[in-house]
Design a protein around this ligand. Sequence first.
Ligand code: HEM
Length: 159
Amino acid sequence: MNEFAVARALHVLAVVLWIGGVAFVTAVLLPAVRRHVSGPERLEFFDRIERRFAWQSRMTTLLAGISGFWMTAHFGLWPRFTQVEFWWMHAMVLVWVIFTLMLFVLEPLVLHRWLQRRNQRDPEGTFALVERLHWLLLAISLITVAGAVAGSHGGMWWG
Ligand code: HEM
């Protein structure tokens, strides 16, 4: 059995469910909530739906991290982190750290209450902030996916 192929397949499955879900939330769910709900209810309605995806993405983020670090350790890929041409390895770890901090620490312990308080004071500004944050996280994740696919198949134009 080709362990690397199995680990890579698990890795990509986790990334597809995770980043694919972020794309749906950002490009479909948030605009739909903005169109059909108004005032403070808008963020509360979004939160009720997104909460279910938050749990799914906690599981897929964990699987992406475990399979990614396993491949790195098992195949001795740590030296890549000292070479700029493997920027996509750094990007993967950065995206993973940001989402892991958001999903397991910041959102449950800090952000949820802070956004709720802010939503009562400024519902429009708070919803716009949540939208911008999702577009930013989606953009860096998609750049990372494209870079990782091209990079891991030797397609980097400067590598
Ligand atoms: C702890 C964080 C992560 C580590 C250590 C990691 C590590 C790896 C490794 C070692 C590979 C195989 C590279 C190769 O074949 O040379 C890989 C592939 C890949 N990773 Fe990650 N990864 C991590 C997180 C992520 C994240 C957050 C994303 C997406 C946003 C991602 C997307 C991909 C993709 C698309 C591939 C290419 C698969 C292919 O084309 O076969 N990874 N990753």
